[in-house]
Write a protein that binds this ligand. Structure first.
Ligand SMILES: Nc1ncnc2c1ncn2[C@@H]1O[C@H](COP(=O)(O)OP(=O)(O)O)[C@@H](O)[C@H]1O
Ligand SMILES: O=P(O)(O)OC[C@H]1O[C@](O)(COP(=O)(O)O)[C@@H](O)[C@@H]1O
Length: 304
């Protein structure tokens, strides 16, 4: 089973404003509410791609109820811990460019922290656990590390998609998959990543530190895969980006869904990139038919 863990879920409130003026009264033409948080996005896309997934994490209040009701309606399994505090609402402002304001997280008491570690303890070598998104400041800085240590002991595969300090903490642990974008990877190594070759060079450093599969997404410039033996580049399909929120999460979901159905790593990489672009080209997360349609436009070639 593919489990996802979202320590800091959200409602993503997407507002389309024709011409945004800071400091003025702006009226949105269209608005959308979606359950958000990186792990939840991964669970929703994995489910849409026909593979079972269960979402773990912390939710609460009316916004938490919105998330669990939405997932129930989509048939996504979940087993969240109730914090008794309102889950944050993240604002995604679309007006030519994209501005995001993500809220802080809940205060999580020690018993709540332990309860999630106990859930992780139940996973086995048959399972994959996706750790995705930010860590609320009320959690100890090494919380992800505590989770990965349990998973290492139980041979549960771990996927990591986070940034900043949480990402730095985990380096050196055994991981199945990491998907930084090129900015996050550059921040990690204090380097500028402009080309697929740069991405492959720094992706290789992650592999040397114990990550089995690295995907570096580079937005509209394509994506790079680095493994122990191979390095590949995939182009992205042509299209108009409508909403890139959740596109990175969709790359992870597409890769994992294809991998868990027995596809090769190269094919899973291609499927991941198609899923990312299919999400970027619409308001909500991608559907399977969109992914299959874009798949034909994506070629994977070796990077020397
Ligand atoms: N301009 C674009 N054209 C086509 N696909 C895109 C574009 N921007 C993003 N994507 C898709 O979304 C994925 C993730 O985007 P990226 O911006 O690299 O990551 P993140 O969302 O994690 O910051 C890309 O690998 C690609 O599949
Ligand atoms: O936990 P963080 O880093 O604040 O990110 C949460 C946000 O990330 C998202 O999961 C989107 O992630 P990506 O755009 O990187 O795919 C949103 O749904 C959510 O608002």
């Amino acid at each position: 089973m593919i489990y996802t863990c979202t320590l800091n879920p959200s409602i993503d409130y997407i507002m389309h404003v024709d011409s945004f003026e800071a400091g003025g009264l702006n009226r949105a033409g269209q608005t959308f509410f979606y359950p958000g948080g990186k792990g939840i996005n991964v669970s929703r896309v994995v489910n849409r791609l026909g593979v079972q997934s269960r979402a773990l994490g912390f939710i609460g209040g009316f916004s938490g109820d919105f998330i669990s009701d939405f997932l129930d309606e989509e048939g996504v399994q979940h087993q969240f811990m109730n914090t008794g505090q309102k889950t944050r609402v993240n604002v995604k402002l679309k007006s030519g460019d994209e501005t995001e304001i993500n809220g802080p997280g809940p205060a999580l008491a020690e018993d709540m922290q332990q309860a999630l570690l106990d859930q992780v303890q139940q996973l086995t070598s048959e399972d994959i656990l996706v750790l995705a998104g930010s860590v609320p400041s009320s959690l100890p800085g090494d919380y992800y590390e505590k989770i990965t240590t349990i998973c290492e002991r139980n041979h549960t595969k771990v996927v990591l998609d986070t940034s900043g300090e949480a990402l730095k903490q985990i380096l050196g642990q055994t991981l199945f998959l990491m998907k930084p974008n090129h900015h996050e990877l550059g921040d990690l190594f204090n380097a500028e990543i402009n080309t697929p070759e740069d991405a492959a060079l720094y992706g290789k450093k992650l592999v040397e530190q114990g990550v089995e599969n690295v995907i570096v997404s580079m937005g509209g410039q394509g994506a790079v895969y680095v493994g122990r033996e191979e390095q590949w580049y995939a182009n992205v399909p042509e299209g108009t980006v409508k909403n890139s929120v959740g596109a990175g999460d969709s790359v992870v979901a597409g890769f994992l869904a294809a991998y868990s159905e027995g596809k090769s790593i190269a094919e899973a990489f291609r499927f991941g990139v198609a899923s990312g672009s299919a999400t970027a080209f619409q308001d909500d997360l991608c559907q399977q038919e969109d992914v299959l349609q874009l798949l034909e436009q994506i070629n994977v070639s070796s990077i020397q």
